[in-house]
Design a protein around this ligand. Sequence first.
Ligand code: SAH
Length: 221
Amino acid sequence: MSIDTRLLGIGMTSQRTRERLITRLREKGIADPRVLEVMREVPRHLFVDEALATRAYEDISLPIGNAQTISAPFTVARMTEIVAQVQPRKVLEVGTGSGYQTAVLARLVPEVYSVERIAPLLERARRLLAELKVRNVRFRLADGTLGWAEHGPFDAILAAAAPAEIPDSLRQQLADGGVLVIPVGQGRQQRLITVRRRGQEFERAELDPVTFVPMLTGTRR
Ligand code: SAH
């Protein structure tokens, strides 16, 4: 089915389920009106398999193939809110996955750089964002633990996969005053961490427990 047909197909009922999701995000503490607006606008059902589209506006993560998942809307909103606070011009995302978080960021940030290590996921996200006429994103098939030095420093870096320890290249590619938001830890549950750069100082804060796929090294065709 074409994107246009699928966009129409979602119809009025899902308009209501979408609105319900926004209410839920607000209840769970998402306060930034820009973030709530973007979460309302970006059609999450297009980023999951058609068989799962009816569940796309529930606050849950869903499989996207290649043993990966699209993050739950609350998690996307929470991380986006942290990034939006610094009013970034340039953001690096590690772990494109479905491209949903990428599309959310692209609405709020002039330049988005997104790195994914699994080729078929990257290609699908690239195609979908092109169809949605999102033009301010550059993609790269690469190991995101290394960041994307040519385009750094970044005002914010958002990682959607969890390393055991924060990769130093990500810290180093932060601009002064920039923020890194990343799940850290091994095992099923990790901790959402923010790192703020002040000159050569890095301020670390621990936030909510979260569940992400592991950040792996190397790339896969
Ligand atoms: N925000 C995405 C989350 C996808 S899951 C979404 O909502 O769809 C996390 C993604 O990180 C997976 O696609 C996984 O392949 C990718 N990933 C894991 N380690 C990585 C690395 N070192 N570099 C780049 N991408 C990585």
